[in-house]
Design a protein around this ligand. Structure first.
Ligand SMILES: Cc1cc2nc3c(=O)[nH]c(=O)nc-3n(C[C@H](O)[C@H](O)[C@H](O)COP(=O)(O)OP(=O)(O)OC[C@H]3O[C@@H](n4cnc5c(N)ncnc54)[C@H](O)[C@@H]3O)c2cc1C
Length: 461
């Protein structure tokens, strides 16, 4: 499972795995799913749950833990868009509440499935703590709480500085918002566990089988790999950051990289120095957030601070490390927790995520409905990919449900322009967001409203 350039803690916890079988020859199925991360696996899981007789083939170019699903921070949380307040402003209160509830239901269903299927993935349903480290972030948190209240959403509790520091002690914390609906997992164990359950249900899962072409054929579809042709009635494109490589989805999302570092295991005195008895997942309220969580073996995973879009959107194991971001992450960790000044970092990696122009998932169908798709979770797809699996299941089985009416299903989103415009736009947006983060940090900006560029992009998207 070692991938060039990366030292992914989660992969080390998997132990040795036999490489999955490759697809060969002519294969037929009812549904062929392209991509074996969470989107593909949850879709296969939900389909076989609802229709045990359905024949499902999953094709992955690499292995099920290779993509973001096997290397993420492991927060199964409700976040859509950049925050709840923005979601409601962009989509309206009713649609935002509906979408939030659909993903909150997924958080609970992930917890339940892990228990029901005995998936050993170190899941801890400990909630999400959103912390504010400056006045502007406090305003943002307050607006999110007010929005949750107005939308009638339960499970949010606002905390003052003392209450926040009782949960996790950093001298930089001025307040926080605790949300019940969040669980932390070992993401790679979850992906591998889901793959095993899918296989046990009869799903044919092929790894090392990149789909080179996905096309219509006699009222159905055919997915072509180097050694196989899979014929099916319906296909699902579940390749997230790689979606733009398929002509049908070209320019519908941008692949970005996000990075993490992980500490060595902390000793008891170090844990005592920061508290964190509740072991919540934590994010701050910057534009380019820090996200961090404890691991089952006593380390802290700390990620975020920046995202990287490279010209043309290449995705390669050569991009798995980013030295300037690694150094910045380590520096910012130690500034947040000066009590942990002696701690060493043992792991660093990153991975590709996809963003859409409206910063919410893209779920819909191409090719007169024969090819369904779900991608672009903007870096928080652990729970929404489960929601997408429910939605795709319902669409494939021709069901009109509460889920299939979630606001971002079938909603047109503006495609990204060709290069160099995407690169210029991406870089400009990143700099504007970073500049606002700096201005909020040094107190020049205390309100934390979206910068004008983001407001303009909302109108464009
Ligand atoms: C470092 C990092 C931290 C993150 N932290 C969090 C977090 O804490 N919480 C959260 O909610 N989200 C987080 N995310 C995002 C989250 O991991 C993703 O949104 C989610 O895993 C997307 O799942 P997916 O199945 O759609 O895509 P992926 O997991 O990327 O799976 C796509 C699959 O498609 C396969 N594929 C690509 N091309 C082809 C092809 N041509 N043929 C066949 N297969 C193909 C790939 O091999 C891959 O396995 C993080 C992401 C990263 C990188």
């Amino acid at each position: 499972m070692a991938h060039l350039g990366s030292a992914i803690l989660w992969h080390e916890t998997l132990g040795p795995r036999t490489p999955g079988e490759r697809a060969r020859g002519d294969i037929t199925a009812d549904v062929v799913i392209v991509g074996g991360g969470y989107t593909g696996l949850w879709t296969a899981y939900q389909l076989t749950q609802s229709d045990p007789g359905i024949e499902v083939v999953v094709l992955d170019a690499n292995d099920v833990a290779f993509g973001a699903s096997g290397r993420n921070g492991g927060f199964a949380m409700t976040l859509l868009d950049l925050n709840l307040d923005r979601l409601a402003r962009n989509w309206g209160d009713a649609a935002a509440a509906h979408a939030h509830r659909a993903v909150a239901r997924s958080v609970q269903e992930i917890v339940d499935t892990v228990a029901d299927e005995s998936l050993a993935c170190d899941l801890e349903a400990t909630g999400l703590l959103r912390v504010a480290t400056n006045e502007a972030q406090l305003r943002r948190i307050e607006r999110d709480r007010q929005t949750a209240e107005r939308l009638g959403l339960d499970g949010f509790q606002q905390l003052d500085a003392t209450g926040t520091r009782q949960l996790l002690d950093s001298p930089s914390y001025l307040g926080g918002l605790l949300e019940d609906a969040c669980a932390i997992v070992n993401p790679a164990k979850l992906a591998v566990g889901l793959a095993e359950v899918a296989r046990a249900r009869g799903v044919r899962l092929y790894e090392g089988s990149p789909v080179l072409d996905l096309d219509g054929e006699h009222g159905g579809v055919v997915a072509t790999t180097p050694h196989a042709r899979v014929h099916a009635d319906t296909a699902v494109l579940a390749t997230n950051a790689w979606a733009h490589r398929f002509p049908l989805a070209r320019r519908s999302s941008l692949p970005l990289y996000t990075y993490v570092v992980v500490t060595e295991p902390l000793d008891d005195a170090q844990w005592d120095a920061i508290g964190w008895q509740g072991r919540q997942g934590v994010e701050d309220a910057r534009n380019l957030v820090h996200y961090f969580r404890p691991t089952a073996d006593g380390r802290i995973l700390w990620g975020g601070t920046d995202v990287v879009y490279r010209y043309g959107g290449p995705i390669s194991p050569r991009r798995d490390r980013h030295e300037p971001i690694r150094r910045r992450l380590e520096r910012e960790f130690l500034a947040t927790f000066p009590q942990l000044g002696q701690v060493r970092f043992t792991h660093h990696w990153g991975g590709p995520i996809a963003v859409s122009s409206r910063l919410v998932p893209r779920i819909g169908r191409f090719d007169r409905g024969r090819i369904h798709y779900a991608f672009s979770y903007s870096g928080h797809g652990v729970a929404p990919s489960h929601t997408a699996g429910r939605i795709l299941r319902d669409r494939i089985l021709d069901r009109d449900t509460d889920d299939t009416r979630v606001c971002f299903v079938d909603t047109p989103q503006t495609d990204f322009p060709p290069e160099p415009l995407s690169w210029i736009g991406g870089e400009l947006s990143r700099r504007v967001l970073q500049r606002q983060d700096r201005r909020m940090d040094d107190g020049r900006e205390t309100d934390g409203r979206d910068p004008l560029l983001l407001q303009a992009l909302d109108r464009w998207g």
